[in-house]
Design a protein around this ligand. Structure first.
Ligand code: B4P
Length: 186
């Protein structure tokens, strides 16, 4: 399962519920990057300046971060990718990996929220990259680099779009309904 949405759409919030329900690992590249930065690892040092600027961390850094995680034993029954892929390059690399492992994606969930609500949510959260200028840059980065993935996955028949406005409980209900419509591919 892949989760796509603009910054602040509630991917992390909803992913936490989904992985508890489905008992699968939650692979959030944002969380992994923040952990790498706070631990001062090599990946963290290379990612830090991009995250502070609201830009995407370069693909090679992301691949290094995720690389072995996807082949770990706990991912064998399935997993939720939260915040990855975020570029067409990442999506194609993921497709190659999944084709080699013989375990295709079941579904790509898009959480859709308008910019004004996103801005209010993020400004209210106050994380280091939630400053107004950085939020604007992150929204622009999403439009330029990540939104093309919506068409990419729609063309593969994998996309489910869910309205992300409303309470977290309401959004979660919509996600569960969207997932129930789909038959697992394997
Ligand atoms: P992420 O950690 O993925 O951050 P995000 O997009 O801001 O978060 P999310 O959508 O999960 O929002 P959340 O649930 O927390 O990425 C951070 C940075 O890491 C990126 O900018 C980039 O630099 C880098 N990065 C990560 N992955 C990368 C990749 N693959 N390639 C390159 N770079 C990468 O919710 C936000 C707020 O809204 C919270 O305060 C929450 O409480 C609130 N909220 C949630 N649901 C709500 C609801 N229904 N109503 C009201 N408020 C709600």
């Amino acid at each position: 399962m892949v989760f796509i949405g603009p910054p602040g759409a509630g991917k992390g919030t909803q992913a936490a519920r989904l992985v508890e329900n489905y008992r699968i690992p939650h692979l959030s590249t944002g969380d992994m990057l923040r952990a790498a930065v706070s631990q001062g690892t090599d990946v963290g040092r290379r990612a830090d300046e991009f995250m502070r600027a609201g830009k995407l961390v370069p693909d090679p850094v992301i691949f290094e971060l995720l690389g072995q995680r996807l082949t770990a034993a706990d991912c064998a029954p399935g997993y939720l990718l939260d915040g990855f892929p975020r570029t067409l390059g990442q999506a194609r690399t993921l497709d190659d990996f999944l084709a080699r492992s013989g375990a295709p994606l079941d579904v790509v969930l898009e959480l859709r929220v308008d910019d004004r609500a996103l801005f209010e949510r993020l400004a209210g959260r106050g994380r280091e990259d939630d400053q107004p200028d950085v939020i604007r840059q992150r929204l622009q980065t999403y439009r330029d680099q990540t939104r093309p993935l919506i068409d990419y996955y729609a063309a593969q028949g994998l996309l489910e779009t869910v309205d992300g406005l409303g309470t977290p409980d309401e959004v979660y209900e919509r996600i569960v309904r969207a997932l129930a419509k789909r038959k697992p591919a394997h």
